[in-house]
Unconditional design. Structure first.
Length: 269
């Protein structure tokens, strides 16, 4: 059985210390921490600017034995300056994090690739990978594009991040996944969704950010996807359920998500 991480988006209402406590109580080995917002004005916990919260987070990691799987969200845009991430990298290293989620918001993919390569180079001395997540509404909309860019930049810490929902919604194929070198898959994200794909980009974005389904409760072929992924990398369980969160606390939701994920993985072997 692989190790499991509680993604930040699964319980974004929790600050990192509380997220770590919930993860430990439910049996997760790792957490993801959102240091930077996914969208302008979005919720994030900027530990690099809050030393008291950073110290408390480090204490909770030490007390529980939970580790940090990934940091979110680095959105690379035309105006992005790689030098601006120095505090982010240093904080990631202090947290003992392994991976960074990177999203592409630059329509000039040549320029994006050049910046992504420099981002990888800057992250490497801190022991961090840079994992390019393809999403249908971004400049890297599918697995084939992400795979090509990661191959082009030739950085040893560059990776492709596979999210089950985006994999399905982008029409990506298991054939494309099979061609990725094992060393470029550092972790992946597990959730479920209805078999019917959203009719519009807006609906797709809303579902991805707010209303996913617990693994095994939707219509995505998660068993086939899990079978194609390396068995020894961490699985980040990313199941935002905004409506359910109105009446069900984060710990209950996180426990349900982990049980569901283990049920899917148990079918692989």
């Amino acid at each position: 059985m692989p190790s499991f991480s509680l993604a930040a988006l699964a319980a974004l209402e929790l600050a990192p210390p509380e997220l770590i406590d919930v993860a430990a109580a439910c049996g997760y080995q790792h957490v993801g921490i959102r240091l930077l917002p996914a969208t302008s004005g979005g919720l994030a916990y900027r530990l690099m600017d809050d030393q008291a919260s950073l110290r408390e987070t480090l204490l909770r990691l030490d007390a529980t034995g939970v580790t940090v799987a990934d940091l979110e969200v680095v959105a690379i845009r035309p105006e992005t300056e790689i030098a601006s991430f120095s505090g982010f990298f240093e904080t990631g290293a202090r947290l003992g994090a392994s991976n960074i989620l990177v999203a592409a918001y630059d329509p000039d993919l040549g320029r994006f690739a050049e910046r992504f390569a420099r981002f990888c180079e800057a992250a490497a001395p801190h022991g961090l990978t840079a994992d390019l997540e393809f999403m249908p509404w971004t400049s890297v909309p599918d697995l084939a594009t992400a795979k090509r860019i990661v191959a082009e930049v030739r950085q040893p810490n560059a990776g492709v991040l596979v999210d089950a929902l985006h994999f399905d919604r982008s029409g990506s194929s298991l054939r494309d996944l099979a061609g990725i070198p094992v060393g470029q898959l550092h972790y992946w994200q597990l959730c479920d969704g209805p078999a019917r794909r959203p009719a519009t980009t807006e609906e797709m974005m809303h579902a991805a950010r707010n209303e996913r389904m617990f693994p095994g409760e939707g219509g995505i072929d998660l068993v086939a996807l899990a079978r194609a992924m390396p068995a020894d990398i961490a699985i980040s369980i990313e199941v935002p359920t905004a409506e359910l969160a109105r009446t069900v606390d984060a710990k209950t939701r996180a426990a349900r998500a982990l049980k569901a994920a283990k049920g899917v993985i148990a079918q692989v072997r």
